[in-house]
Design a protein around this ligand. Structure first.
Ligand code: FE2
Length: 389
């Protein structure tokens, strides 16, 4: 893989002119995972990732079909939902996909308008605009399907003063593990099927008013064995970024193909969360048992100073410390970034997390793709999913 990403199209002027922003998004509202055992998953995200208890909905609040635990860390809200009986539709999702992201909720000023604009442009409806109320006010929710069975929920909360959403109660807990410094969601990546990337790029352009802000083809993203293609979509104000991956032909099986096999369709591949101090965050996460992909080889770290020099950036962190934690470094014209990837957070090799600290760079670590994918391939080989069957 060439070190320089020459055909990158930054297209930032397009993002910020706002000309076609018919869908103004204020930010990510929450991410909801459907999981087999929400109570235990909530404990994992608290103890291992440093999330705090925020809100709860279940039998005690009159919710008879599903239970949901809401966790918070700075601006990140995770909702973990499990079915309470065999009739709940959540079961179908879990049987097919295993634990995974069902909803990427987007905070909007006007959920009805967001629903109208997107469905008018071809989005498939998941939930018609619905008003939910309790003593703290009202929230308007409306949802559309994106790739696979994944949903974008528009959440309008300007007339609501409660903790999370109507119907939830505050979740008081004496167990309050220290946060690890996760601040906000930087981006969320979707894996889609063979030859479907451009379909979904067009969907985000046409239906959501997003722009394609970076593109990588299989000549840029490949190792000796496998390849993938990726295009990064961004909304009008640049706050929401959704890279979309599809597998590409290689000698062996692409990690995207492995994901599609085990998730049984398209879905969210990883959630990238931002920190201001990746050394502290990753040290804490490792100490609490979070598993990361293997540390890149020495030759990777030997090349880091040259890569920073190429763009005249000075690394503020100690390279040896980064290496001991397995944190990777990438640079572009605007700055550098530090990143690391967890192993999948459930038994199926599907969803994982990325921890990222941006030091000016707006990219996604293209210079690290090769080292990253080689690391994933080592895991695939252990799982017996690298060879084509
Ligand atoms: Fe990422």
């Amino acid at each position: 893989m060439s070190k320089k990403i020459e055909s990158v199209n930054y297209g930032l002027e397009k993002i910020f002119d706002g000309a076609q922003d018919f869908l103004p998004l204020l930010g990510t509202d929450y991410v909801e995972l459907y999981v087999g055992n929400a109570k235990q998953a909530a404990h994992f995200y608290k103890s291992a990732f440093g999330f705090q208890s925020l809100a709860y909905k279940g039998l005690e609040t009159g919710s008879k079909d599903t239970v949901s635990y809401v966790l918070v860390q700075d601006k990140i809200r995770l909702v973990l939902t499990s079915p309470l009986n065999s009739k709940s539709k959540v079961n179908d999702h879990i049987v097919k996909h295993g634990d995974g992201v069902k909803v990427i909720a987007l905070w909007v000023e006007d959920a009805r308008a967001a629903y109208e604009e997107t469905t008018k442009r071809g989005a498939k409806s998941f939930l018609e605009p619905t008003v939910e109320k309790d003593e703290n006010g009202e929230v308007v929710k409306a949802g559309i399907y994106t790739y696979g069975e994944t949903v974008h929920m528009f959440v309008e909360r300007k007339n609501f003063k409660g903790t999370f959403l109507p119907g939830y109660k505050i979740w008081e807990s004496d167990f309050k593990p220290e946060p690890v410094g996760l601040k906000f969601i930087d981006h969320m990546v979707g894996n889609v099927g063979w030859n479907e990337m451009n379909t979904w790029v067009k969907w985000y352009e046409d239906v959501m008013g997003f722009v394609n802000f970076l593109s990588f083809d299989d000549k840029q993203i490949h190792t000796e064995y496998s390849a993938l293609m990726s295009k990064v979509m961004s909304n009008g104000n640049g706050r929401i970024k959704f890279p979309i991956n599809e597998p590409a032909e290689g000698v062996k099986k692409s990690q995207i193909e492995e994901y599609l096999d085990f998730y049984e369709g398209p879905g969210v591949q990883h959630i990238a969360v931002s920190t201001d101090d990746i050394i502290k965050t990753v040290s804490d996460l490792r100490a609490r048992g979070v598993e990361f992909l293997s540390v890149p080889p020495d030759e990777y770290y030997r090349a880091v100073p040259g890569r920073l020099e190429e763009f005249s950036h000075e690394l503020r962190e100690d390279l040896e410390r980064l290496k001991s934690l397995g944190i990777m470094v990438d640079a572009d014209e605007e700055g550098y970034l530090l990143q690391i990837f967890t192993k999948p957070v459930q038994d199926r090799p599907t969803l994982f997390f990325e921890i990222i600290q941006r030091m000016g760079a707006k990219g996604f670590g293209a210079g690290n793709f090769k080292a990253l994918f080689e690391s994933i391939e080592r895991e695939q080989a252990l799982r017996g999913t690298l060879d084509k069957s």
